[in-house]
Structures are given as C-alpha cells and as structure tokens.
Ligand binder design. Structure first.
Ligand SMILES: Nc1ncnc2c1ncn2[C@@H]1O[C@H](COP(=O)(O)OP(=O)(O)OP(=O)(O)O)[C@@H](O)[C@H]1O
Ligand SMILES: [Mg+2]
Length: 463
C-alpha cells in the first residue's frame, strides 16, 4: 500500500510543498530527496539494502521558519503516519521521563488510526444500509422478529393484529423514505450501545520504562474484558443512525488485517519528527564536559534510528525504513556536538532561512491555507467582507518584521498575533455589521497598529 503512494518524484514533492510553504527551497529539496531515497532503498535487492543506511535529515533554523510545517506537510502528502516528538522529553533508561521506544509505539497508534479510518470509509455505505435496517426494525418491530425492539413513535402504532406481509413491507418502505428525508429526526429510539470508556484509574501508573507499555496493555485487556457490556439508551434517530453506522462498520472491518496493514505502513512510510534535537546535543567547548544525561538520550535514540525491532501491542515494528527528521535551532550547539554515531545517521543537513518582510507578504496570501484566506472566510460567515490591498499586506508584513527585530524573532508566528490584533474590531463587531465591506489597506493597518508599535511595552504584550 504505502510504497506506491510514496513514489512521488522529488520535483513533485517540492511543488506540492510549495502550495503551503513559502521559500525554504533547500529544506524542501532535502526532504524530497530523503523521501525518495527511502523508496529507492526499498527497491534494491535485500542484500544491498542492508548495506545502505537510511539517510535522515537535520533541519536547522530559527523558530517559526517552517521546520515543523515542512515535515507535517510532507507526511500528509505521502499519506504517511507522522509523529512529532521532543527530544528533551526523553530520558536515559531508568530515569523518569518517556522511554524512546514510545515514539515508535505512538507512530503505530497513528498508523492504526489511519488504516482504520480508511477501512471504515471503505465499508461506510454498506454499514449505512445495515444501520438503516436496524433503525427500521426498532421503529417497526415485526412480530416474527425478536421481541426486544420497542416502538417509540406515536404516529406509528404497533399493529394489533398481524398485517399481511406486503402491507408490512409497504409501511417499511414508506418509513425508510421518511428516514432518508430526515422526517424522523425528532423521533426517539431505544438503542443498545456497547459500553466503552476510558479507564481513568490506569493513569496512576508511572511512566518509567516498560511500565508505560504495560499500563497500556493492561488497559486494553481490561477494556476487552469489560468493553462488551451493553446498555440500552434512548436517543434521537439521527444520533442512533450515526452510532449504528459506526458499530456496523466496526463489525464489517477485519481488525487483524487493519492492524497488520498499520504495522506495514508505519514501517514502510512512517515519519518521525524529532524536535529540539539541539537541546540534547552537548554544547561543546566552554570548559563543560559532555553532559552525561543528554548523551545518554542520544545513545538511547541511536538504535531506533539505526533500525531495530520495537514491540508494540499490535506487533513488532522494525524501524529500518522509518524516516527520521530531526530539527532544532542550533543556536548554541551544532550538529557536530551530537555523538558521532548519531551524526552519521543524519547525513542530510539543511539550514532554513530566517523569514523576512518579503517572505511575510507572500506567506500572508500565497499558501492554500493562508491567513488572508482564513480571515476572509471566517468573516464571510458573518457576511462581512475583507478586502486586503497589496499595500495593506506590505504594511502588515512590515509590522511583523519590525516587531520580530525589536522583540523576539518568532518568525511567521508573528503574523498570527499581528493579524489578530489588526482585525480585532471586525472579529468583535461582525455579527452586528452584516453586509459591511472592510478594506484592509496601509492606512487601516497604520491607524490600528502604529499606536501599539510606538509603545515598546505595549507591543511586548500585544503583538
Ligand atoms: N516558510 C513558511 N511558509 C508558510 N508558512 C510558514 C512558513 N514558516 C512558518 N510558517 C507558519 O508559521 C507557523 C510556525 O511554523 P513551524 O511550526 O513550522 O515553525 P518551526 O520552524 O517548527 O519553529 P520551532 O523551532 O519553534 O518549532 C506555522 O503555522 C506555519 O504555517
Ligand atoms: Mg517546530
């Protein structure tokens, strides 16, 4: 399954990423190559494959320049299971904190969820049909069917005497039509629902090595033991239908097969994004010796990146082909401060550029999910139209760039705070201003934001 999806060429990958991320050409190229390389490695003969070590990436760049965004989009594009973890959350074996294997278990969880959703989608129509029948049974219990079903509709009296089959059939079809047209939406039915629910008490377990997994296995076991309990609940028809579709779909899918596919997909196309890798690199020089626990974390991460087997509740996962993308600002430490073995596993290094005013102008409008599109659509729901002029966009970008240079540089994230402030009036008053047209131009930006910009303390808090 997964390997076919991945056969995008690097050029195709870059152009897909261009739809969402402005600039950062080098980084896009690097992730595109890495993804393709994994596919290539899967194509060569097994003996040679063992010899070729996977080529993982380190993305280096200041905050808010698109590191996470690139990895996330890449995963989406490849329909790959994706998890983001923070290197600083892990601790050496035996200490409090998450064990490194949890990243693989999380990845499999994501993969299972993906595969299950796809499988559910696949059987959805069939499930809907079955659920419909079920609802009709509940509304129209026929005497020769089970007695459990109860009628809860006032207009449809339970037939006192047994109706001839064809009349019954006719009523059923009429009812089906009404159901589909939503005419039964106010009716209530009694539905048997299986009791599933979290086991909050399980959270008492600590998070040490192994225990974490033990706890989750135990939780599953308990859920299996208790989960089959059923309970009758009264609810409206649409809710019942939705619930029954879910239930029927669950019955229709082959869970074992889904889990098997999920393991394969995690192994063959999974992407693990390890953020803040620079924080576990020992900042070299400065007289300080290598920090033992940081190095310990790196040593723990190493086997996973090198390729090993991790057992999960769905089965054993081999990490050979999982793509690892590490990221960090690397202000203080450098990739060369990582332990040599880890450096070797992350041979592709890319530096991302710090975003500038011109980039902001583009980020505001070009991406498919751009802020301008987001705000315009949000306001359109209130029938208020926003018209951003080019000088307006430049003015917004300029404010963002200025605040980034005078305060902390938080990259494109600054656009979020600036936009929010700029459009606060509209956000608040929109419901009372249906039909209004707002032109967001240079003068509007100036009038709303300059007073804040001129006051440094104020801008610290607001922008
Ligand atoms: N080059 C870009 N093009 C479009 N949007 C961007 C770009 N860079 C950042 N953004 C937007 O800014 C936000 C923050 O970006 P992202 O999460 O990728 O930052 P980051 O580089 O991972 O930072 P950090 O080091 O703090 O994790 C995202 O919502 C993203 O949409
Ligand atoms: Mg990030």
């Amino acid at each position: 399954m997964g390997s076919k999806i991945q056969s995008f060429t690097p050029r195709e990958i870059v152009s897909e990423l261009d739809r969402y991320i402005v600039g950062q050409k080098e980084a896009k190229k690097a992730v595109a190559i890495a993804l393709r390389n994994r596919w290539r490695r899967q194509q060569v003969s097994p003996q040679l494959r063992e010899e070729i070590s996977p080529k993982n990436i380190i993305l280096m760049g200041p905050t808010g320049c698109g590191k996470t965004e690139i990895a996330r989009r890449l995963a989406k594009l490849a329909q790959a299971p994706f998890v983001k973890v923070e290197a600083t959350k892990f601790t050496e074996v035996g200490y409090v904190g998450r064990d490194v294997e949890s990243m693989v278990r999380d990845l499999v969880d994501v993969s299972v969820k993906m595969c299950k959703e796809e499988a559910m989608q696949f059987v959805k129509e069939k499930a809907r049909g079955l659920a419909e029948e079920h609802i009709l049974d509940l509304l129209l219990p026929s005497p020769n069917k089970n007695q459990g079903a109860r009628l809860h509709i006032d207009n449809f009296q339970e037939p006192a005497v047994q109706e001839p089959a064809h009349i019954e059939e006719e009523t059923r079809e009429k009812l089906r039509l009404m159901l589909r047209e939503g005419k039964l939406n106010d009716k209530e039915v009694n539905v048997e629902v299986s009791q599933s629910g979290g086991m909050p008490m399980m959270h008492m377990f600590g998070q040490g090595v192994g225990v974490e997994e033990m706890a989750s296995n135990l939780q599953d076991a308990l859920q299996n033991a208790l989960g089959s309990r059923k309970k009758r609940r009264k609810m409206k028809v649409p809710e019942a239908l939705e619930l029954l579709i879910q239930e029927e779909a669950h019955k229709l899918i082959d869970t074992d097969q889904v889990n098997k596919n999920a393991i394969t997909r995690a192994q063959e196309s999974g992407i693990v994004f390890i953020d803040e890798i620079d924080k576990v690199a020992s900042a070299g020089g400065g007289g300080r010796g290598p920090d033992v626990s940081r190095e310990g974390v790196q040593r723990d991460i190493l086997p996973i990146v090198e390729g090993c087997n991790v057992s999960t509740k769905y089965g054993v996962v081999n990490t050979d082909h999982i793509l690892f993308i590490a990221a960090g600002a690397f202000h203080i430490s450098k990739p060369s401060d990582l332990i040599p073995e880890l450096q070797g596993r992350f041979p592709i290094r890319v530096e991302l550029e710090s975003l500038k005013e011109e980039d902001f102008v583009r980020i505001l409008q070009e991406p498919e999910n751009s802020l301008v599109k987001q705000y315009s659509s949000l306001m359109a729901t209130e029938e208020v139209s926003l018209d951003f002029t080019l000088d307006g966009l430049h003015a917004i970008a300029k404010v963002a760039a200025t605040v980034n240079s005078t305060q902390e540089n938080i990259g494109a994230r600054r656009l979020y705070t600036v936009m929010e402030r700029l459009l606060e009036e509209e956000s608040f008053h929109a419901p009372d201003q249906r039909g209004k047209k707002v032109v967001v131009d240079e003068s509007l930006v100036a009038s709303r934001l300059s007073p804040i910009l001129q006051n440094e303390d104020l801008s610290k808090f607001i922008l």
